[in-house]
Write a protein that binds this ligand. Structure first.
Ligand code: SF4
Length: 183
């Protein structure tokens, strides 16, 4: 009788205040996706329709933290994932959305929703269903402990694959210089 296959590594991914560009770059691992699918099973991710992060080996998060829902999702990932990875500039330092950090939030909101030419001046949205905005956009590591960061906007598919394949092989992830980028 054949030995049972080893259990697959469970991986969850999500985007907080990000543009999904890092997830698109993840798909740039191209044919290596077939290797990946042999080794991992996806939990919550844009690739599945799972709404909450269950117990996972690896969590990968794109985007910074800009509202109360982002905080909730990030804490859920931290509580359920053994290893948590910040992927991309937005997750590591707030990225483009953090440009608002230099301005008072109320000025940003009134400029966008009240004073901008072409707006119907219906006021700043305040539906209670909308997640509460934070005063600033925060990098992930200022809210929870992060185990690894993958720099870039976005990191290349090769870079993402190197980190993932190292972790899946039980190695400490190591990026050679050509795989590290900050743009
Ligand atoms: Fe998009 Fe760049 Fe932010 Fe990734 S790091 S979510 S590609 S803006």
């Amino acid at each position: 009788m054949n030995a049972p296959a080893p259990p697959k590594v469970r991986v969850a991914t999500t985007s907080l205040a990000g543009c999904f560009g890092c997830h698109m770059s993840f798909l740039d691992i191209d044919e290596r996706l077939l290797q990946l699918i042999d080794l991992v099973e996806f939990d919550r991710s844009p690739l599945t329709d799972i709404k909450h992060c269950g117990l996972c080996d690896i969590g990968i998060i794109e985007g910074g933290v800009c509202n109360a829902e982002n905080v909730h999702v990030l804490r859920e990932f931290r509580a359920n994932c053994k290893t948590l990875i910040a992927i991309g500039a937005c997750a590591i330092n707030g990225g483009l959305p953090a440009q608002r950090n230099a301005l008072p939030l109320e000025d940003v909101m009134s400029t966008v929703y009240v004073h901008r030419r072409g707006m119907s001046n219906s006021g700043i949205p305040n539906d209670p269903e909308l997640p509460l905005l934070l005063d600033k956009v925060y990098p992930l590591h200022e809210v929870v402990h992060i185990d690894y960061s993958i720099p870039g906007c976005p990191p290349s598919g090769d870079t993402i694959w190197k980190v993932l394949s190292d972790l899946l092989a039980g190695r400490e992830p190591h990026l050679d210089y050509p795989l590290i980028r900050f743009d």
